[in-house]
Ligand binder design. Structure first.
Ligand code: OGA
Ligand code: NI
Length: 324
């Protein structure tokens, strides 16, 4: 696997060019929803996150309980890693798998980023050789952040399950419970003068179930809704929640697997820290029986997640169509 934009087994996908080029009008009136998790009325939260997942497939959460200091530390160690001399970063370079450090890449469609990609959980699948040893705090900070990511993911999946009349654990269990796979990518987008042409991350939906993304203060993430690309407003300490293909498939299309992309900035460095949560590779994933019936027959095939990945990659190779 020479580049995960071509062979990403975890998250993103190739662009579908038609949508990449369509609807370039920016700044529509509707705003990506923001959900304040400090509200004590759980029914209200359930309602809000379900509505956002149905209508948008993307929303931001604030007052989520992740210590601000920890988020800041994660950002500091990530930036420190990318500031190292190239030779030091090469120590954790990719060597055949999707994990590791990758220098900037300009593909057929202009993708301009560098990234560090590695698994976080479960412990049995972690390859520490891809975790930077420098800066020395990298591992401790990342492990602590992982605990919070798991907690928040399970909380959100719990609300989403309840909102659809399922037991709280339903979505978490359907991606493997404790064996669900958590992967971090640190996206590093240097400024580009030609930011109209050079896109940071091309339009894609995330392959897994859900992703929790921490951006730095430089805006760039956009979501496609109602034929328009909409900018996400930067909110200090917010986490962006992105619904991926598998939650869309499990809910038989009720939740949206939002199409999104990232632009580079002309002057400022943009960095983002998405954590992708995906089913264990051997899990069967498809529309949940509780969410389908005579009135609502399954729209998607139930597939082993690993086979889904293969099909999606094959689909990209053949044509520009999303594979569900
Ligand atoms: C991704 C992604 C967006 C961003 O890495 O899958 O959508 O803001 N990144 O960097
Ligand atoms: Ni993405």
């Amino acid at each position: 696997m020479e580049d995960e934009r071509d062979h990403d087994t975890t998250s993103s996908s190739l662009p579908f060019l038609s949508k990449q080029l369509a609807g370039t009008t920016l700044g529509g009136s509707a705003d990506v929803p923001v959900v304040d998790l400090s509200v004590s009325d759980e029914d209200f939260l359930v309602h809000e996150v379900v509505k956002a997942s149905e209508e948008w497939g993307i929303f931001q959460v604030v007052n989520h309980g992740i210590p601000e200091e920890l988020m800041r530390q994660l950002q500091v160690v990530g930036k420190q890693f990318f500031d190292l001399p190239e030779a030091e970063k090469e120590i954790v370079a990719k060597d055949g798998d999707f994990e590791g450090y990758k220098r900037k890449y300009l593909g057929g469609i202009n993708n301009w980023d560098q990234h560090l990609f590695h698994r976080l959980s479960p412990p049995s699948i972690i390859n520490y050789k891809y975790w930077p040893k420098n800066p020395p705090q990298y591992r401790e900070v990342t492990e602590e952040y992982t605990k919070h990511m798991k907690r928040l993911t399970e909380k959100i999946l719990g609300w989403l399950s309840e909102g659809l009349g399922l037991p709280r654990e339903a979505f978490t269990q359907n991606i493997g419970g404790e064996t669900a796979e958590y992967v971090l990518r640190v996206n590093f987008y240097p400024p580009t003068q030609d930011s109209e042409l050079v896109i940071g991350a091309a339009a894609h939906s995330d392959m897994g179930a859900i992703a929790l993304l921490l951006p730095n203060e430089v805006p760039g993430l956009q979501a496609f809704k109602d034929e328009q690309w909409l900018d996400l407003n930067y909110i200090n300490s917010a986490v962006v929640v992105i619904i991926g293909d598998q939650l869309m498939r499990m809910t038989n299309g009720r939740f949206k697997n939002v199409l999104h992309r990232a632009k580079t900035d002309k002057e400022r460095l943009r960095i983002s820290w998405p954590v992708f949560v995906a089913p264990r590779a051997d899990m069967s994933v498809g529309p949940l029986p509780e969410l389908t019936g005579d009135e609502n027959p399954p729209k998607f095939k139930t597939l082993i997640y690993n086979d889904y990945i293969d099909q999606k990659i094959k689909g990209w190779a053949l044509e520009d169509l999303p594979v569900y």
